[in-house]
Structure formats: structure tokens, C-alpha cells
Ligand binder design. Sequence first.
Ligand SMILES: [Cu+2]
Length: 163
Amino acid sequence: MNGTARGVLALLTIALACTREKSPDEIEWKSFVGDLNIGDLTLAHPVTAGETGIFLRLWNSGEEVDTLMEVDLAGFGRVSLHRTTITDGISRMEPESSVVIGPGELVALEPGGLHAMVQGLPGALVLGDSIFIRLHFARSGMAFGHARVRSYQEIAELFDPGE
Ligand SMILES: [Cu+2]
């Protein structure tokens, strides 16, 4: 199989695996480290009891697996990785130690699935503000970016297009 055919096959596989997902060229990638591209960085508004969700997209455009180990807002609250699961109609959040991103893989941290969450925020967030954020990868090291403070309606449009 030549390189083009392999590329097309990889794209088809991604498209079939997550039919609602965008393709990498539909996303505005704003931060980069190594072969990792980071886009749609979001902090959810409003903050409830010092807690809110952190959502983003990751695309590994390289040929080696990498792992998201940690997310932080430079000391602004404490961030942990979670996964929302629904069992017998009850939604629960389980802690996740890390997020693996395979070669060519696009991974979304989004409402209702894998996500990051900040607790202990000292104040309210203002819609439209940008908050400094760091992502720590096992292989590529640290990426820096700014997460936009978005309403849940904007988040639904950004992470659930076409539904
Ligand atoms: Cu959570």
C-alpha cells in the first residue's frame, strides 16, 4: 500500500470511529508541542462552587503514541482528569490518570465523556476571557495555551456539531 492509500484508510477509520467528530482540518489548532496539536481550549461558564469543566481537542499528527499526564491553570485551582459514564441511567464521574493519544488520533475532552475539571477556583470567570493553561505530555513535554471561557450553549455547538 502506498502512502496516500494508507493516509486515506487512516482518515476513513477515524471518520467511521467517530462520525460526529470534526476532521483535523476543520479545527483551528492554537497550541503545539512536538507532534501534538491542541485546539478548542475551553473553560465552561458558569463556575459552580469553585468547579467547572475544561474541554479541548488533541490531535497527534506524528507516528509515536503520546500521553496527556496533567493539565493545570498555573496554580489557579486544581485540575484533574475525569471520565463521565452512564450506568443504569445514572451519570458518574471516574478519575482518569492519563489520556493516551495514538499516532494520527484525534481525541476530544468534552462534556459527557472524557474531560478535565478544575476545582477550588478562587473567583468567577468572565465570558470571553482567556485563561492561561498548560498541558503536560509524557513524550512531547509541556504545551502552553489560552482557554476561552465559553457558555454551555457555545460549548454544545463547538463539541457537538450537526446534532
Ligand atoms: Cu468531572
